[in-house]
Design a protein around this ligand. Structure first.
Ligand code: UT7
Length: 330
């Protein structure tokens, strides 16, 4: 019998655009205050893509770092997955633009649409491809240009989001070496109306009227999403640990989706995990949806927050609603 193939991280990378929009800048755009944004969300600033800079451009920058850290070339890749809700174009997939820009001509390419859970959903997908022996060098990206889809007149949402990209190389690893020990995905379509971009699909194809009605921008029932997020992300963290044969006390760091500091704190309280074990970078980055968890993971790696052999839990929740988690032994 062939030995089991184990999937894990071969490298990571991330990219944030240079331009920063502070809360003071937001005060000039909508009726808000630094005090409200900080106390209600924990966000102080977010990065904004340049005009003309696309989701695939940011994905390529993050991918170059991930390839470098894995010691691989673009021509080594056999699959590119881009988790995004802000694609360069409705079709073709952003993954195809990335494939072209990287020169990864041997790679198949597709997008994954699971909103803020996108990168963590992708972990299950990439893990399954690697363990089946079908692909060995998978570039898994979370990338978003959310500022292109934010309603800049809606203070309830526009202060929350930022742009950026993160990338991971997923492939076969030795047992316990950056290994993805478990992964979990779920969805609840009954909550689909809570967070959406209503227009641009076949339900409301773009017309002058849909533009006037601002149907091409993000709409969110923040309070409902908040309550569900705390509950289901706590449960999904436990599920990832359980599937990996771990207890919560074995987890050195939880890397949650970066939507709101109060959500992260509430999850920590529910799970009785001390604040220092909950990774936070949303104060500088805001909510970058599918890019959020992989940008955070890459920052944690580069910032020396993760030691070899540490157990990590990744967890995310977003539009759909979708929910995903995973446990990793670094
Ligand atoms: O990434 C996918 C998942 N997304 C999330 O997890 C986001 C979850 N939701 C949240 O993080 C929070 O619900 C928000 C940060 C979006 C909103 O916080 P909240 O504490 O739920 O506030 P709220 O929407 O209930 O609004 C409270 C008040 C309202 O005023 P009134 O009606 O009480 O007079 C809002 O109009 O705060 C007002 N408000 C603001 N005031 C100043 C809403 N946005 C702002 C703002 N600045 N930017």
């Amino acid at each position: 019998m062939n030995p089991k193939i184990r999937a894990g991280f071969l490298g990571t990378g991330s990219y944030l655009p240079n331009k920063i929009l502070t809360n003071q800048d937001m005060e000039k755009i909508v009726e808000t205050s630094d005090e409200w944004i900080v106390t209600r969300t924990g966000i102080k600033e977010r990065h904004i893509a340049a005009e003309g800079q696309t989701t695939s451009d940011m994905a390529v920058e993050a991918s170059k770092q991930a390839l470098h850290s894995a010691g691989l070339k673009a021509s080594d890749l056999d699959l590119i997955i881009v988790a995004t809700i802000t694609p360069d174009t409705p079709t073709p997939a952003t993954a195809c633009w990335v494939q072209c820009k990287l020169g990864a001509s041997q790679a198949a390419a597709f997008d994954l649409s699971a909103a803020c859970s996108g990168f963590v959903y992708g972990l299950t997908v990439a893990k399954a491809f690697v363990e089946s022996g079908m692909y060995r060098r998978i570039l898994l990206i979370g990338a978003e240009k959310l500022t292109a889809f934010v309603d800049w007149k809606d203070r309830g949402t526009c202060v929350l989001f930022g742009d950026g990209a993160g990338a991971a190389l997923i492939g076969p690893v030795a047992e316990g070496h950056h290994e993805i020990l478990s992964s979990f995905m779920a969805a609840n379509g009954k909550e689909a109306e809570l967070l959406k971009i209503p227009g641009g699909g076949c339900r409301f194809p773009p017309t002058a009227q849909t533009v006037d009605q601002r149907l091409h921008t993000l709409k969110m029932e923040g309070k409902e999403i908040f309550k569900t997020a705390v509950k289901v992300m706590s449960e999904a963290t436990l599920e990832a640990a359980r599937r990996a044969g771990l207890e919560l006390k074995d987890i050195a760091l939880i890397i949650p989706h970066q939507a709101n500091l109060r959500i992260i704190q509430a999850i920590g309280e529910r799970l009785e995990v001390p604040p220092e074990k909950m990774f936070v970078n949303l104060d500088r980055v805001g909510n970058t949806s599918a890019a959020s968890v992989i940008i955070a993971l890459d920052e944690a790696v580069k910032g020396g927050k993760i030691k070899k052999g540490d157990h990590l839990a990744l967890v995310a929740f977003g539009a759909g609603t979708t929910l995903a988690s995973g446990a990793v032994r670094w």
